[in-house]
Design a protein around this ligand. Sequence first.
Ligand SMILES: CC(C)(COP(=O)(O)OP(=O)(O)OC[C@H]1O[C@@H](n2cnc3c(N)ncnc32)[C@H](O)[C@@H]1OP(=O)(O)O)[C@@H](O)C(=O)NCCC(=O)NCCS
Length: 143
Amino acid sequence: MRLIGYARRLLSMPPHQAARLAAAYAGRAAVRVVRRGRAMGGHSFGPLREGAAPACVGGAAPIELLRFYVDPAWQGRGVAQSLMDAVVAEATTRGAKTVWLGVWERNPRAIAFYAKSGFRDAGSQPFVLGTDRQTDRIMVRAI
Ligand SMILES: CC(C)(COP(=O)(O)OP(=O)(O)OC[C@H]1O[C@@H](n2cnc3c(N)ncnc32)[C@H](O)[C@@H]1OP(=O)(O)O)[C@@H](O)C(=O)NCCC(=O)NCCS
C-alpha cells in the first residue's frame, strides 16, 4: 500500500465539495490507496496538516488528520481502514507521535469508525461554517 499525492486545496472544504474537486482532478489530487498495484477507494483521501493542536490533545508531537473521506462507493468495504493505516504510516514517517482530528458531533458513522480505529474522545471545539456554528469532537490517537 502506498500514498500518492496531497491536495492542499482540499483542506478547507466541506467533504462534498472536496469530493467534487477530487473527482475533477481525476484522482491526481487525492491521497489514494493502492493495494497490490491496484487503485482502490475511488476518490478517497486523508490529508495531514502540521501545526498547533488544541490544548485538549495533550500528546507528544501531534499532527492533524483533516477531511478523512472515503468515496461513497467504497464506504463499508474496508477501504477506510486501509486508508487510516496509510495515514498513520505517513504520520509516523513525518515524526508524529499523536494523530488528532475534529469530527462533527452529529456524524455518528465517522465517530464510530474513529473509535474503532483507536481514537479516543479528548474534548470539543467550535467549527464555523458560514453563519452556522457547529461543535466538533476532538479525537486523539497515540501512534
Ligand atoms: C467516516 C468514513 C471515512 C468511515 O468509513 P466507512 O467505510 O464508512 O467505515 P466502516 O463502515 O468501516 O465503519 C463505520 C462504522 O460505523 C458504523 N455505522 C455505519 N453507519 C452508521 C450510522 N448511520 N450511524 C452510526 N454508525 C454507523 C458501522 O457499523 C461501522 O462500525 P462496525 O464496523 O463496528 O459495524 C466514511 O463513512 C466517510 O467517508 N464518510 C463521509 C465523510 C466523513 O464524514 N468524514 C469524516 C470527516 S471528520
